[in-house]
Write a protein that binds this ligand. Structure first.
Ligand SMILES: [Zn+2]
Length: 174
C-alpha cells in the first residue's frame, strides 16, 4: 500500500521536506494552484519518504510530530466549520434586518439572530484559538524532530532524489 501521510520531499517549494497529511490532496492542490510549466516538475519531485527510511521514526519526537499534525488538521477543520456557520447566521441576520426595514415585522427574528451571531462568533474565536495553539505545538514538534534528524533527511534526499534541481531554496532555480 502506498503511504499517504508522513514526511515527503519537495512538498512545498522552498522546503526540502515537510510533513504531508494527505498525499492525494497535495497532488490535487499542485494541479490546481501551480502553473502548467511548474506542475510537471513539482509532481515528479513530490515523493513520500518510505516510513522504513524515515530517520528517528521510532523516536518520541517523530510521534509528537505526527500527533501535533493530526491536531492541526482537526482544529483547522473545526475552525473552518465554525466560520461557515458564522457566515450563515450573519447572512440570515442581514436578511432579517432587510425584512424589518421593509415591513417592520421581523424585529424579534432579527434580534434573535443577532444574538446567535454573537454566540457563533464566540465558537469561531474558540476554535481559532485551538487551531493556533495546535499550530504552535506542531511548530515546536517540528523543530524538535528537525533538530535531531534534519541532517539525516538531507542525506537521505541525495540518495532518493538523484539529479534534483533543488539548490537549498527552490526546485525552480532561475
Ligand atoms: Zn530532490
Amino acid at each position: 500500500m502506498k503511504i499517504k501521510s508522513g514526511l515527503a520531499f519537495h512538498c512545498y517549494d522552498g522546503k526540502l521536506y515537510e510533513f504531508v497529511y494527505n498525499y492525494d490532496e497535495r497532488v490535487e492542490w499542485i494541479k490546481i494552484s501551480k502553473r502548467q510549466e511548474e506542475q510537471e516538475l513539482s509532481l515528479r519531485l513530490l515523493k513520500m519518504i518510505p516510513l522504513k527510511l524515515v530517520p528517528g521514526r521510532e523516536d518520541k519526537e517523530y510521534q509528537t510530530l505526527i500527533n501535533a499534525s493530526e491536531i492541526v488538521r482537526k482544529t483547522g477543520k473545526a475552525c473552518a466549520k465554525a466560520w461557515e456557520r458564522y457566515k450563515e447566521v450573519w447572512k440570515s441576520c442581514s436578511e432579517s434586518w432587510v425584512i424589518y426595514g421593509e415591513a417592520g415585522k421581523a424585529l424579534d427574528e432579527a434580534r434573535k439572530v443577532s444574538k446567535k451571531i454573537v454566540k457563533v462568533g464566540e465558537v469561531c474565536g474558540k476554535t481559532r484559538e485551538a487551531r493556533n495553539k495546535a499550530w504552535g505545538n506542531y511548530g515546536r514538534a517540528w523543530e524538535a524532530y528537525n533538530n535531531k534528524w534534519g541532517t539525516k533527511i538531507v542525506s537521505l534526499h541525495e540518495e532518493l532524489c538523484p539529479n534534483c534541481p533543488w539548490n537549498g531554496q527552490t526546485i525552480f532555480p532561475s
